[in-house]
Design a protein. Structure first.
Length: 378
């Protein structure tokens, strides 16, 4: 398939620049996975749209303040760094077992090689994404807001990537990011982060710090909605996938099969794996909240759909033709044209159904992307 098959026209004014005035005050589109039928609802109505006995899986990753600005020590020029993940001292194998599928790319490029580590690992060396990559060269030293300095130690400019490894004389911890970092709003939000984003660009259940972007489907959930879901007899469980390179990289290949995904790290607790496997055996629906939860569950499952507990890396890439083994229903946002995320939801509900639903969303002036409205596919 062609990347251009997933393009759609989106007026700029529909790209949400700020969250709704009140968390959860969002519109909700209900899309029939098989029929393509479209209904218009509000987020507050979600508990009425989910079947009793459904097991909902949420991603509890917390966004790190990973956008940091350094001053080049010899010129005084400011440089923006997006800190993505620590670098390991020894190789980390990709233990996703789904790699035999044609729709899963191999771990690729040195920017996401086996030298990356779990995002919560302490490390002196970090993989970063930088603007103006050609100017960020080996040996460049940058001073950050608290006075600490880091030096570029791995420059892969020859392959044209935006990624650089920066090394500090001490391992970076979350206190360092709190002192030096900003909330990493995506580039289509054309403003600087502010105090509002510190709260609203985190889910209310965010717990495990390590993401360089928010698992944004979860932003719509409020405690009253979670309480109503529980009261209805819907089970809620949490996994963790730390959002990294895969979220930022556009699909540059004309043929989507040639696109290479990068490693992201997930954890499925044993109790959650047991509950998922029991629900599947009992014929109860699995509703994944967000594409990150979908990627985690499908990566953690064996070929028979049995979910295994543990921590692993995944580079799974789902596009039309992928056969889902675990996920029956999906709650998600409206995604960017030609992105791996719109390809994933197209794999789930069919490209024609998704493109038709997106067209209706444009006509009805839904708000798109991270701070936008949401969709339930079932």
């Amino acid at each position: 398939m062609k990347t251009s098959d997933f393009y759609f026209d989106l007026p700029q004014e529909l790209i949400a620049q700020r969250p709704s005035g009140k968390r959860g005050d969002d519109r909700l589109m209900l899309l029939g996975k098989e029929s393509g039928s479209v209904e218009h609802h509000l987020m507050a109505e979600l508990p009425d749209l989910v079947e009793k006995g459904t097991l909902m899986i949420f991603n509890n990753s917390r966004v790190r303040r990973s956008r940091c600005y350094g001053i080049k020590t010899d010129t005084g020029r400011e440089q923006e760094f997006m800190f993505l993940n620590p670098m390991a001292s020894s190789s980390v194998a990709d233990s996703s077992t789904a790699t035999s599928s044609a729709s899963i790319s191999a771990a690729s490029s040195s920017a996401a090689s086996s030298s990356t580590a779990s995002p919560d690992s302490p490390s002196c060396e970090w993989n970063t994404m930088v603007k103006g990559a050609k100017k960020v060269k080996n040996g460049n030293t940058y001073r950050f807001a608290d006075g600490s300095e880091g030096t570029i130690v791995l420059n892969q400019n020859d392959d044209g990537t935006e990624f650089r490894t920066i090394k500090f004389p001490f391992p970076l911890d979350e206190k360092w990011f709190e002192r030096n970092g900003h909330i990493p709003l995506p580039p289509y939000i054309r403003r600087e982060d502010d105090d509002t984003d510190s709260e609203r660009y985190q889910t209310i259940y965010a717990k495990e710090t390590g993401s360089a972007a928010c698992p944004t489907a979860g932003l719509h959930f409020t405690q009253p909605v979670l309480d109503k879901l529980k009261q209805k007899g819907i089970d809620l469980e949490w996994i963790t996938l730390h959002v990294g390179l895969g979220t930022f990289l556009p699909v540059r290949a004309q043929n989507i099969e040639e696109h290479k995904m990068h490693l992201e790290y997930y954890t499925v607790p044993p109790s959650v794996a047991d509950k998922i496997n029991a629900a599947k055996k009992e014929g109860r629906p699995i509703l994944a909240v967000g594409t990150t939860s979908v990627r985690t569950l499908e990566s953690a499952a064996d070929q028979n759909g049995i979910v295994r507990a543990g921590t692993a890396g995944t580079n799974i890439f789902m596009y039309p033709g992928y056969k889902f083994k675990v996920v029956d229903q999906m709650f998600t946002n409206f995604h960017t044209p030609e992105s791996t995320l719109i390809m994933l939801v197209s794999a789930f509900a069919g490209r024609d159904n998704i493109m038709n639903a997106y067209q209706k969303a444009v006509e009805q002036k839904y708000r798109f992307f991270s701070y936008g409205d949401c969709m339930l596919i079932k």
